[in-house]
Ligand binder design. Structure first.
Ligand code: S3P
Length: 427
């Protein structure tokens, strides 16, 4: 149990948000299978990304952690990795397990990927089914779709043309990584565009990959060439400070160099729609920028459809913002939240309602009626980093009493300095 900070004073100053988790995972993966040495700056030192880093060390890749926080990966080429001596541990990370399931199907040795209790309950058929269509030998525990995943080498993988049944960058990326070892051109069709870090980064590593509208084409048998990377701050982590600044009276917070890839930045659009005062100084290329967020009066909104994949990880913190907004906020088409690190619709609804919010759980989202004052309660992250951080932001609005959080250590998955950074700001 952790006693959370309550009744915050205005949050003022500049906060450096840690590196993007999705990009950090891919940076390690692509650098490891590239030929040559890649320097990664802005690396996210958090449990999920360390799981990915350790897996590649288990596959014989030398990865140096420099005193300045950068990471040097001595890539061995896609055919240069060596058979691991043990099961490869993805920890809590769905991105690690699903992307590597695709990559490993092309390897000439067998692999076993394990995960923690939460990850071992998350659906893996979404990657195993298309990978099997490509000829992969991959199975879950005791014939189920759940981890541990067992991958056996096969003589041949064939490219497929795949219509994505869910909007998922993890599934898309898993198929593309298998496609690197497949014969022919892998084609993926997305109904709704999910985050495109894999496509962008593979191109930076010299891969010939074509994106036409919502179709992606990747020729098999290509090699990756080392390419230095600078990772921007994670908008999914910035989201907690953005909403904190919007809600805590008198706040004004600067966040430099936040990743604003349009496939990730839906939260900004929704919050602006709610009346948020967020200034953006967009950097060249349009993929990152500096944010200044001012305390604002918010009003309710409705969203669903295409925008959902661009803000999927931010819905719990947007729901908190909606509890303080005037009117009824309706979130639709967000059923994917049920299969995240925890059922985030249920966790958000239950925990915020314990604090006095008025949230109704629906089949595919939430209906939030605001504004409601929040009061002290005992709450639980359920081991989910984003639920834990959202609840700490909620506690900032509680005027008196004690807010206790069970499983606070979950924040280490993506933002180990979260509690300290917040405490430093509100002094
Ligand atoms: C991620 C994709 C998303 C997101 C997750 C990270 C990625 O998951 O929720 O936090 O890095 O590709 P899905 O692919 O399941 O939508």
């Amino acid at each position: 149990m952790k006693k959370l900070m309550i009744d915050a004073n205005a949050l003022e100053g500049t906060i450096t948000i840690p590196g993007d988790k999705s990009i950090t995972h891919r940076a390690i993966m692509f650098a490891a299978i590239a030929k040559g040495t890649t320097k990664i700056e802005g690396f996210l030192y958090a449990e999920d990304c360390i799981s990915t880093m350790n897996i590649f060390r288990d596959l014989g890749v030398q990865i140096d952690e420099e005193p300045d926080g950068s990471v040097i990966v001595h890539g061995k080429g896609i055919d240069g990795l060596t058979a691991p001596q043990k099961a490869l541990d993805a920890g809590n990370s769905g991105t690690t397990m699903r992307l590597l399931a695709g990559l490993f199907t092309g390897f000439p040795f067998k692999t076993k990927i394990i995960g923690d209790d939460s990850l071992s309950k998350r659906p893996m058929n979404r990657v195993m089914l298309p990978l099997r269509q490509m000829g992969a030998s991959i199975s879950g525990s005791d014939g189920s779709e759940f981890a541990p995943l067992y991958i056996q080498p096969v003589d041949h993988l064939n490219a497929i043309e795949y219509d994505m049944p869910v909007a998922s960058a993890q599934v898309k990326s898993s198929i593309l990584l298998a496609g690197l070892s497949a014969e022919g051109t892998t084609v993926i069709h997305e109904k709704e565009r999910s985050r495109d870090h894999t496509e962008k980064m593979l191109k930076n590593f010299g891969v010939d990959l074509r994106v036409e509208d919502r179709d992606i084409y990747l020729k098999g048998g290509q090699t990756l060439t080392a390419s230095d990377i600078t990772i921007p701050a994670d908008i999914s982590s910035a989201a907690f400070f953005i909403v904190a600044a919007l809600l805590v009276k008198g706040s004004k917070l600067n966040m430099p160099n936040v990743g604003l890839n349009p496939t990730r930045a839906g939260i900004i659009e929704v919050l602006k729609d709610m009346g948020a005062n967020i200034e953006i100084n967009l950097h060249e290329g349009g993929l990152s920028g500096d944010l200044t967020v001012h305390w604002s009066n918010l009003k309710a909104t409705e969203f669903g459809g295409d925008i959902i994949p661009t803000l999927i990880d931010e819905i719990p913190i947007i729901a908190l913002a909606a509890t303080q907004a005037e009117g009824k906020t309706i979130i639709r088409n967000a059923e994917e939240l049920k299969v995240k690190e925890t059922d985030r619709i249920k966790a958000t609804t239950q925990e915020l309602n314990k604090m006095g919010a008025n949230i109704e759980e629906t089949e595919d989202g939430m209906i939030i009626t605001g504004p409601t004052p929040l009061h002290a309660a005992e709450v639980d992250s359920y081991g989910d980093h984003r639920i834990g951080m959202m609840l700490q932001v909620a506690a900032l609005l509680v005027k008196e009493g004690t807010v206790q959080l069970a499983h606070p250590e979950a924040v280490n998955i993506s933002f180990p300095s979260f509690f300290d950074d917040l405490a430093a700001l509100s002094k």
